[in-house]
Write a new protein. Sequence first.
Length: 76
Amino acid sequence: MWYYGGTPMGWGGIVMMALGMILFWGTLVVVGVLVLRKVNEGGRNGSALRVLEERLARGEIDTDEFDRVRKTLSTR
């Protein structure tokens, strides 16, 4: 006995399977983007502190300004 569309699940099953695959791959892409953003976000705060330390080492800022800006960065 042959079913409508040549498969036992019919057109409704094929559509649901296609939507499930789109949902699966879409979720995978969104999770990947969120993970990459989180990884890059951690580097931003560290790089700001690193730049601040380099400026202090070069003598561009004094220790009072360094402490003030470091406290400001740590609260964000």
